[in-house]
Write a protein that binds this ligand. Structure first.
Ligand code: NAD
Length: 289
């Protein structure tokens, strides 16, 4: 029987810490941290993520506005908006909700954000700081995973962490975080071309699944006693639910839970952590101005 890592509780703890720090800043005469969220188009999932970020910000005393633009906005207009936010001393953090419409180059938009306001940690300067181990903004989902691991009292020094998935938002930044001094894991990153992935996964003391395929991690991929972190969010059909589907991770939870030492559930594991780290980053941005 594994210990179930409670992402909701750990996320609430971090949000409480940010709230206390924000209140202390305001008491000391600073204005509240301010986050500008840019939303382009009317994708319902993006709109829902943005609402969640605005609500969580408000709950900890971070002010935010969602600047909403029609999907027809030109790339140039959007870049000009980002530059104005860069120049505005009242804006601490800038977050552009991705994906953007096809005619806008995501990379150009991210590269235009002032690295001092890059609370999503997507700018090449932020990623560079991460790779060479400098302090700075933290990549939201990977840093959330590290918080889950550390706050659960799991030893990382010398542990073999096997990450399945090499995306720019999860696998690669997580590999860099796990290698950092003070965390000191030995890291293996697996991906779609990896040979004999099950053999590598079975070596993991900490196994992270960030693939995007339901039930990819079966019990035979897990060493008994391993820590299993499930990043995946997948929809599977479920006629018993009113909406016709339910969300599951990348791990076959029922089969893996009995052999793991710790495991994150989906939902309620990694998911709630991403917003908590965004709030930490916004507080950090306000502190640096
Ligand atoms: P992605 O599609 O960008 O990357 C998936 C990775 O999995 C790729 O690197 C690919 O090489 C690897 N992969 C695919 N098939 C594979 C196979 N058969 N064998 C080995 N590796 C394989 O995805 P992503 O953005 O990193 O997201 C991964 C999952 O995590 C998705 O389900 C996503 O919804 C979820 N996610 C959750 C959060 C959260 O807050 N909980 C945040 C980001 C992503």
């Amino acid at each position: 029987m594994a210990h179930i890592i409670d992402g909701k509780a750990i996320s609430a703890q971090i949000r409480e810490e940010v709230k206390t720090a924000v209140a202390a800043r305001v008491t000391n005469g600073h204005r509240a941290p301010y986050l500008a969220v840019v939303l382009v188009g009317d994708d319902p999932a993006s709109a829902s993520y943005v609402r969640g970020k605005a609500k969580a910000s408000a709950e900890v005393g971070i002010e935010s506005d969602t600047l909403t633009y029609d999907a027809s906005i030109s790339e140039q207009e959007l870049l000009d908006i980002i530059r104005r936010l860069n120049d505005d001393d009242n804006v601490d953090g800038i977050l552009v909700q991705l994906p953007l419409p096809d005619h806008i180059d995501d990379r150009k938009v991210i590269d235009t954000i002032d690295p001092a306001k890059d609370v999503d940690c997507f700018h090449p300067a932020s990623v560079g700081n991460l790779v060479i181990g400098l302090d700075g903004f933290k990549p939201a989902t990977p840093a959330g995973i590290v918080e889950l691991i550390q706050r659960s009292g799991i030893e990382t020094s010398g542990a073999h962490c096997v990450i399945i998935g090499r995306s720019n938002i999860v696998g690669k930044p997580l590999a860099n975080l796990m290698l950092k001094r003070g965390i000191d894991a030995t890291v293996t990153v697996c991906h779609s071309r990896t040979k004999d992935l099950p053999a590598l996964a079975r070596q993991a003391d900490i196994l992270v699944a960030a693939i995007g395929r339901a039930n990819f991690v079966t019990a035979d991929l897990v060493k008994p006693g391993a820590v299993v972190i499930d990043v995946g969010i997948n929809r599977v059909e479920d006629a018993t639910r009113e909406r016709g589907y339910r969300l599951v991770g990348d791990v076959d939870f029922d089969a893996v839970e009995p052999i793991a030492s710790h495991i994150t559930p989906v939902p309620g594991g990694v998911g709630p952590m991403t917003i908590a780290v965004l709030l930490q980053n916004t507080l950090m941005a306000a502190r640096s101005t």
